[in-house]
Design a protein around this ligand. Structure first.
Ligand code: 1GP
Length: 246
């Protein structure tokens, strides 16, 4: 069974919690510590990637995370240099609401031969950045034409197009550290009219925020900043995981 199939199967019993580690902010030792705490708290996946400065230290972060836990590691690449042979799978993403074709298809063309050569499992994913994500690093780097928060139908239209193009997942992103996560109504709109797996991230901090988006149809929720801030990480992860219902 592929990791993607396993994620799909497990998400039927409740959403999965992914902890995002950004190599720009971490040493190998800290990555190991956070991955260990994430696993003890009940997280299901480790996502690794970032928009600025994530290439340097990428492999150290992955190897650290592997030293600290047995959780599957999924690359969440910010550019062509976000690829590594040490991960279990990669979100092969197109930033569909970019206004620069580099982020829609050129980076993917440059990375595809490398991904194929490494033989890493690919999870084809539409990446959509929703307000206020245009002010995040990913939004700024990615020349984003943001999806208005009050327009779930626009997120749905992009998601439908992604599905028609053969993608299997959509990542609804509010931007790392966003003041407001992606609206639950937007998640619900995509859930109601597509069969895509739905990943939601950006600005998620509380169990209530996670619960609302899982009830709306999220299959995977991603939490980065709140975990990287430290404190009692095991406890933070545990309460977020409980909110996924998984
Ligand atoms: C960012 O969706 C991820 O790309 C996670 O966001 O850091 O706000 O949790 P946070």
């Amino acid at each position: 069974m592929t990791l993607e199939e396993e994620i799909r199967r497990r998400s039927e019993g409740g959403a999965l919690l992914a902890v995002l580690l950004d190599p720009a902010n971490l040493t190998r030792e800290r990555a190991a510590e956070l991955a260990s705490q994430a696993e003890r708290g009940g997280a299901d996946l480790i996502f690794i990637g970032g928009s600025v400065g994530a290439a340097f230290g990428l492999n150290d972060t992955i190897l650290g995370a592997k030293e600290g836990s047995d959780l599957p590691i999924v690359l969440f690449p910010g550019n062509v240099d976000g690829v590594s042979p040490y991960a279990d799978a990669i979100l092969f993403m197109s930033l569909l609401n970019s206004s620069n074709p580099y982020w829609i298809i050129q980076a993917q063309a440059l990375a595809a031969p490398v991904v194929r050569r490494l033989g890493i499992e690919v999870i084809p994913t539409a990446y959509l950045i929703v307000e206020p994500g245009q002010t995040s690093a990913a939004g700024w780097v990615g020349w984003v034409n943001p999806i208005p928060r009050r327009k779930p139908e626009i997120a749905l239209a992009y998601s439908m197009a992604a599905e028609l193009l053969g993608m299997r997942w959509v990542y609804l992103e509010a931007g790392s550290g966003a003041e407001k996560p992606v609206p639950a109504e937007m998640v619900a709109a995509v859930r109601a009219r597509t069969d895509l797996g739905i990943i939601v991230g950006g600005g998620l901090r509380s169990p209530d925020q996670v619960r609302e988006r899982v009830r709306a149809g999220a299959d995977v929720v991603v939490v980065g900043t709140h975990i990287e801030e430290g404190g009692d990480v095991v406890d933070k992860v545990r309460s977020l995981k409980e909110a996924t219902g998984g």
